[in-house]
Design a protein around this ligand. Sequence first.
Ligand code: AMP
Ligand code: DBH
Length: 541
Amino acid sequence: MIANLPGVTLWPDEFAERYRAAGYWQGYTFGQMLRVRATKHPDRVAVVEGERRITYGELDSRADRLAAGLRERGIGKGDRVVVQLPNVAEFFEVCFGLFRLGAVPVFALPSHRMTEISYFCEFSEAAAYITVDAEAGFDHRALAADVVAKQEGLQVFVVGDAGEFTALSEVDADPAELDEPVPGDVAFLQLSGGSTGVPKLIPRTHDDYIYSFRASNDLCGVTEDTVYLVALPAAHNFPMSSPGTFGVLHAGGRVVLARRPSPDEVFPLVESERVTLTAAVPPLALLWLDAAAETSHDLSSLEVLQVGGAKCSEEVARRVRPVLGATLQQVFGMAEGLVNYTRLDDPEDVIVSTQGRPISADDEVLVVDDEDNPVPAGETGHLLTRGPYTIRGYYRADEHNARAFTPEGFYRTGDVVRFTAEGNIVVEGRAKDQINRGGEKVAAEEVENHLLAHPAVHDAAVVSMPDDYLGERTCAFVVPRGTAPKARELIKFVRERGLAGYKVPDRVVFVEQFPQTGVGKVSKRDLREAISRELVPKLGR
Ligand code: AMP
Ligand code: DBH
């Protein structure tokens, strides 16, 4: 397949043909998907945000008008647009407007700051940045001003009070005849949690992504009657596609937005909107379970609670049914593709102690040793995968792709897993240099680079340390240059470089030198062990 975007490798033709013949790729786009729904039942409510209730007809028409308005402003097919929005209704208007136009959203998270946003804009050579006035006490217009100062010509559109920029609500024109994208085109660039110095962008096509959530709908019981509450950031792959908001919109169900994930915002919404399905990362699930035990809100409409993004402990998993009266569904997925679910009718033991199995009969999964040889059945090894909705390469990353994919096109997930006798996956660990901070992924190398920019840092190694609540937090081991600075000062330094808060080290420990492996590399295993057994003096903040 030839990609519509330079710098993207798609599936070899023989695979593409196979996936089409099997009925996975059905040959329609996001724009067409919404049109079908809007034609069938224009007056059904698609999206609820606070007092706002947006019907399928309204969403469809707003997408058309937004697409036309953006085109009038010179944004067209193939142009990249960095989208950084909180959980507001405009998020869906923007997504579908851009999809209709064939412009390619680059999905940033609300917690991203100058370092990430300017990187996404520059690296993708974006034509526009769509953001919000302020979120969680942070002024995104000030961030936009900094980004624009570095990248001339970048257009900025703002949801809410636009200040010096253009209000998104003003981007509005009579629907125009558009040169619409085709189903095999890259529809957007999703974010990888990554394990390298800079975040990687993931090209997903209309065909492959729509397949992933349409098939997920079947496994998650999503129908027209589903009311799905999105409490995680809407742009994240999990609540977007597993089956997430896009799956629910595909089925003609209803999406309810929670601006914040706290029980005091979520529980009243569950009660008033009769929410049937929602998704959480493990720490959030724990918070909800604790609060649910004491709440006066009626949560009885909730049928399924999905937990994923990081490993859910069996202890937490076992509480879901008794406390919420809902079925737990574990979800082990990745923005690169492969998603595994426990099935709703699995025995309770499977549901609480495994991460389920792949969506598709054509998801090829291998468990291999360090030399890429398959391990004996049931043993632990590296998970490799290839299939009808797993990418064949990151966007513009040839060098990294050569390592992240096998010559046969399998994605090296970096996860260490085993299969149970019944064929379910258990995630046992991770080989990639990443910290999973309660579902938020931190690439060690990225943070190390920021630490190394400090004049008093000679060397830095970032590792995970165990944490009761988040599962893992980040610990930065630092070899100082000369007199060690204060840990507090280093943490402030990293934060002020304009990095998303979740990447700022939770703890800094100064050491004279790093332990080494046999070949003289930094032994992160020894560092992890030292910090988890508190073998180092407490110097953190
Ligand atoms: P990303 O590639 O950034 O989308 O992050 C996906 C990664 O999150 C996976 O490769 C796993 O390391 C981790 N992950 C997601 N869901 C789970 C889960 N249910 N259990 C354990 N790890 C998970
Ligand atoms: O962590 C993830 O990226 C993730 C988890 C569950 C994901 O992308 C998904 C489901 O689709």
